[in-house]
Design a protein around this ligand. Structure first.
Ligand code: GCU
Length: 682
């Protein structure tokens, strides 16, 4: 039974065969069996109402729109917009929830807050309707929680439809055009719905490497961006666009893109005005400049602050933001040149510009100094620019972490990054330092029926929003939420076994992956180009600046101040000192910071070489065990999901063995040191 008012924003229909991820219908049952009132105004309130109507239609409850008192029986749930008189303002995205007198009340500080409050209610399930609950207030710690899609509009001859995409084609683009068929847009809306349910509020819809076709999204093809923005808006998602710094030349026909030329600023102003005419709530631009061949301000002798501020100026009248990426380094290095260190580059370029960026310019910094390796220290840029708005960029798409063929739950890695305190124990954490700019993740989603290729990789997508809300959240608790929503509703009689099994295969999967791949923070050692599978020397003599320097005596990069590249000195104390010495450097980062002999004794008590052997044997054993546990969950998991992951576990185990054998054999041959436990090394 539903009430009279028309539904302004119906819940999108999930296209047939597509996995509902963490929003299977059953998670709405506790809400959908009750009498629910929704009040407040604004499009997002209509979305909330649409969700409530949908749930009640399915499960027999009653949805009422407006503020009228309930005829007869009182409401069980009241969802309303407005401050609830609590001690601190909720803010537009915050909400409060409490239960007393048999009524559960969710108050959104604004319509967006009500939407997040609704999904919180859904997460709580029956617990939201039991006994009394004292008021709890929730506000996002980071105002911007964004997914960057590295989606190409046209299929790129090398990178395909989605650069570093492991989940099929793009959700947004197909064969050079925006997806526009009704079913396709419904899927985009569903994606927005999933994102809202985990707390994401922004999406950049195209690749940071702006190729010729997508460049025109900024100008004559902005209508396609507008159509995608229309599909995402009902779930509170703002749309952003990656643009080329050279656009005034390539699209505008100007002779230069120099920020100091008035005509260039005018071009950006006019172009941006047209973007806002098409997308009034447009979020802003994402820019990869002077990076891996993309054009940038260096060509004109200008700084990156000059470049960023040019675009910031065009966006400012509309409240837009430019996300300027700090991924600037020399990608044409000579491996013989030991003085250049790619890890240093971002800090060398950007730290001197602290304080020079416009108020609506955000510097978007990869979480590590290199490139989303399985283990890296936190980028020193994050602690070095207190007067700049910073966004931290993480990579949900598993470029270097198993490409969604391996299970690699990244929540613990991201959590370590976000909790790291660049200035030591007393100082702020990375999560605090990102308040000005937010958390940005390269999306791992595509048009694959499971959204993420490997069904268990959905957990990483879920965690992006949740860690953006609360960077200090316990990743295990985030994982538990996801399990409760995505799996438990279908688990039948034995949810406990399912929960245990999922935690067993996911909790430690990042460390398992780390064990069988590049050791002790050495990084890379992947096959060049596609970055899947082992190739110890794949990047050793290349131009990318990604070396490990293994020889017969030892391995690792000396990045100390005393004898190395000086990178360790880019950190503040205590880290500059901790990383400076091999005696105090954490084991897992040892080879990132130091070149040490194979007999070097780690803080764990093992030698480097024995650690390499042990972790590689252990890592494979752990992958094999995870495959066994997963097989035992058949019958508790949706058969299609189970089959897809089971198939991928075969590949994970095969590839883990390959990694083990390459790494162990390589280091045995280099060092000549046998395994102390006499296991087989080829
Ligand atoms: C990595 C990745 C590229 C990507 C780049 C970036 O280098 O391999 O595909 O373009 O990061 O972040 O811009």
């Amino acid at each position: 039974m539903t009430a009279s008012a028309p539904v302004s924003v119906p819940v999108p229909v999930l296209p047939p065969g597509v996995d509902p991820a963490w929003l299977p219908p059953a998670v709405f049952r506790p809400l959908g069996t009750r009498r629910v009132q929704v009040s407040g105004s604004g499009p997002l309130v209509e979305t909330v109402y649409g969700e409530v109507v949908h749930a009640c239609d399915r499960f027999g409850g009653t949805a009422v729109r407006g503020t009228a008192a309930a005829p007869g029986v009182p409401y069980d749930v009241v969802l309303a917009v407005g401050e609830d008189g609590g001690p601190d303002p909720l803010g537009s995205e915050g909400f409060a929830l409490e239960r007393s007198g048999g009524v559960t009340r969710v108050t959104g500080g604004g319509p967006a807050g009500l939407l997040y409050g609704l999904f919180h209610l859904v997460r709580l399930g029956e617990a939201a309707f039991r006994g009394g609950r004292p008021r709890e207030a929730h506000r996002p710690a980071l105002a911007l929680r964004m997914l960057d899609h590295w989606d190409n509009v046209a299929v790129h001859p090398v990178m395909g439809q989605v650069e570093r995409g492991y989940a099929g084609g793009s959700l947004f683009w197909r064969d050079g055009l925006a997806r526009s068929a009704p079913g396709e847009l419904a899927r985009v809306r569903w994606y927005g719905r999933l994102l809202a349910a985990c707390g994401v509020n922004a999406v950049a819809v195209n690749n940071v490497n702006v190729h010729r076709t997508e460049a025109r999204l900024l100008t004559d093809r902005v209508g396609e961006v507008a159509a995608l923005a229309d599909a995402l808006r009902p779930y509170g998602i703002r749309t952003h666009l990656a643009v080329s710094f050279a656009a005034p030349v390539t699209l505008g026909g100007l002779p230069t893109a120099d920020p100091a030329h008035g005509a260039v600023a005018d071009w950006w102003a006019e172009t941006t005005a047209r973007v806002y005419a098409a997308v009034p709530d447009f979020g802003g631009y994402v820019v990869k400049a002077d990076s891996e061949g993309q054009p940038g301000p260096f060509a004109y002798g200008r700084s990156h602050a000059d470049g960023a501020n040019l675009l910031a100026g065009a966006l400012a009248p509309y409240g837009g933001t430019v996300h300027w990426r700090a991924f600037v380094y020399d990608h044409r290095q000579d491996w013989r040149d030991r003085s250049t260190d790619r890890a240093r580059a971002a800090c060398d370029h950007f730290a001197p510009l602290d304080g020079e960026f416009a108020p609506n310019a955000v510097l978007q910094v990869k979480h590590g100094p290199l490139d989303f390796q399985t283990r890296e220290p936190v980028s020193p840029v994050i602690g070095a620019m207190p007067r700049t708005r910073l966004a931290v960029e993480i990579q949900a798409t598993q470029e270097y972490t198993g490409q969604q063929r391996h299970v690699c739950w990244l929540g613990p890695m991201w959590s370590e990054v976000l909790r790291f305190r660049p200035g030591g124990e007393e100082g702020p954490g990375v999560g605090d330092l990102a308040r000005g700019g937010g958390l940005v993740a390269v999306s791992n989603a595509g048009d694959d029926p499971f959204w993420t290729g490997h069904p268990l990789a959905q957990a990483n997508l879920y965690a992006v929003g949740r860690l953006g809300w609360r960077p200090d959240a316990d990743p295990r608790a985030v994982l538990r939420e996801w399990i409760e929503m995505a799996f438990v509703p279908g688990a039948g009689a034995d949810p406990e076994r399912l929960r245990d099994g999922l935690h067993a295969v996911l909790d430690g999967s990042w460390r398992t992956y780390e064990k069988y791949t590049a050791p002790l923070g050495a990084g890379f050692m992947v096959q060049p180009g596609h970055h899947y599978g082992p190739s110890v020397d794949g990047y050793e003599y290349s131009r990318w600046g990604t070396y490990h320097f293994a020889d017969r005596d030892g391995v690792g990069v000396d990045r100390s101040r005393a004898t190395g590249t000086g990178f360790a000195g880019q950190y503040a104390k205590p880290w500059a000192e901790v990383y400076e010495s091999a005696a105090t450097c954490p084991d897992e980062l040892l080879l990132f910071f130091h070149h040490v002999p194979y007999a070097h004794v780690l803080r764990s008590g093992d030698t480097v070489i024995q650690h390499i052997y042990d972790t590689h044997f252990d890592g494979v054993a752990e992958a094999e065990e995870a495959r066994r546990v997963w097989a035992g969950l058949a019958g508790l998991v949706d058969p299609a999901r189970h089959a897809r992951a089971a198939e991928r576990y075969e590949e994970q185990v095969r590839c883990a063995r390959e990694w083990r054998d390459h790494i162990n054999t390589y280091f045995f041959r280099k060092s000549g040191v046998p395994d102390a436990r006499g296991r087989r090394i080829h």
